[in-house]
Design a protein around this ligand. Structure first.
Ligand code: HEM
Length: 357
């Protein structure tokens, strides 16, 4: 095999011959439009591979401590890419609305709505069909699968079906949380269910005391406020905390106990990386929401509130998608946390130290 040149190794001639649009005579701004989209799709491709690597580590029946940094590493790379993608919409925005109209009509009905890689990304994160917003009664995945006239349509549809059958990052994360030792107790230990139930009940009692004291302090320092309204707001928040910390389902209970535990006792050496992993997942969701939000603002600036080329309600639809949360537990736990000096005393502390450390 001859030594490759830079252009052979990167397949540059092929890569650079894919910007001709539909008839190889793109409008002046069409090159810009095509390249920006292609660059996004390349970033999506890399993000998907990183998500799968992170998921594979997490989904293993046992994740040794020393492998948690690899999960954080792969997800951290996705986060860097997403931050770049959010900023990159500024490049798209150099397309003046009227110049876009010069070639927009010939795109119809093609739209980012058909970005099968974005759908794969959402599915791999853990967005389920039930939670996905439908428009005109059509599920976006079904919409892609219905494009049977496209030569690549079948392969794309099969790829999406195969992705749906994979373990999502969310499922892998919840399973991993479910195995986390709580107060030194692991699943399979004879009294594990009791340890978890006691921990959650005590945590809830402390949160209730803390938040009620906070309400009284607020009433006192604000003076003249409607004290009953503040107390009612705290009652409402506590109902949410109770629902989160004391679920019926034992699997949900264990995973949530682990979340509270890791966030609360993060000073323990073996919980430092798990806490960082949770933070990286929160950032992943945050950047995904920011991506959706930034795309919607760019769209509003370029085409206003007109109907999308994919047939959706355009900006109105895109804004609704910013409400997706794949990891609601990771957000909810924040409402429940206690300051360091109010957390329950730790037991089984030696479980969370390096052996010999
Ligand atoms: C002038 C530029 C753009 C306009 C006017 C635009 C407009 C739209 C609109 C209106 C939709 C909603 C679906 C529809 O009815 O078509 C949509 C969806 C989408 N667009 Fe864009 N877009 C642009 C650029 C981009 C770029 C650069 C990307 C980068 C990949 C992108 C990715 C997406 C994705 C992933 C969706 C699906 C969102 C979802 O269903 O959650 N778009 N776009």
């Amino acid at each position: 095999m001859p030594a490759p040149t830079y252009w052979d190794y990167l397949h540059l001639p092929e890569l650079l011959s894919c910007q001709g649009g539909l008839n190889d005579s793109p409008a002046p701004d069409e090159l810009h439009f095509i390249i920006v989209h292609q660059v996004y799709e390349l970033w999506f491709k890399l993000s998907l591979s990183q998500l799968r690597l992170a998921r594979d580590h997490l989904a293993a029946p046992h994740l040794p401590e020393e492998r948690v940094p690899f999960v954080v590493h792969h997800l951290g790379r996705v986060n860097s890419i997403l931050r770049l993608c959010v900023d990159q919409f500024a490049v798209m925005e150099t397309l003046p609305p009227q110049d876009f109209l010069d070639f927009r009509d010939k795109l119809v009905p093609s739209s980012g709505f058909q970005s099968f890689q974005m759908r794969e990304f959402e599915i791999l994160l853990g967005l389920t069909a039930e939670r996905r917003i439908k428009y005109a009664g059509t599920d976006p995945i079904e919409h892609i699968r219905s494009q049977t006239h496209s030569p690549a349509g079948r392969a794309v549809a099969d790829q999406l079906l195969a992705t749906i059958a994979e373990t999502s990052l969310r499922d892998a994360l919840l399973a991993w949380l479910g195995r986390t030792p709580i107060m030194g107790s692991s699943p399979g230990d004879p009294d594990d269910a009791d340890v978890v139930a006691r921990f959650l009940a005590e945590y809830y009692a402390r949160v209730e005391r803390h938040q009620r004291e906070g309400a009284e302090q607020l009433v006192k320092v604000l003076g003249g406020v409607d004290a009953d309204k503040i107390r009612a707001r705290v009652d409402g928040a506590l109902a949410g905390v109770r629902e989160f910390l004391l679920p019926e389902d034992p699997l949900a209970r264990r995973a949530r106990a682990a979340l509270v535990f890791i966030e609360s006792y993060r000073h323990l050496p073996l919980l430092a990386w798990p806490r960082l992993l949770l933070d990286t997942c929160v950032e992943l969701e945050e950047q995904t929401v920011l991506f959706r939000h930034r795309h919607a603002r760019m769209v509003e600036r370029t085409i206003g509130r007109r109907v999308g080329s994919g047939g959706s309600a355009g900006v109105e639809y895109l804004d609704q998608t910013t409400a997706y949360r794949v990891f609601p537990e990771l957000w909810n736990v924040r409402t429940c946390l206690l300051p360091r000096d109010r957390i329950p005393p730790i037991s089984g502390e030696e479980t969370y130290h390096f052996v010999g450390g």
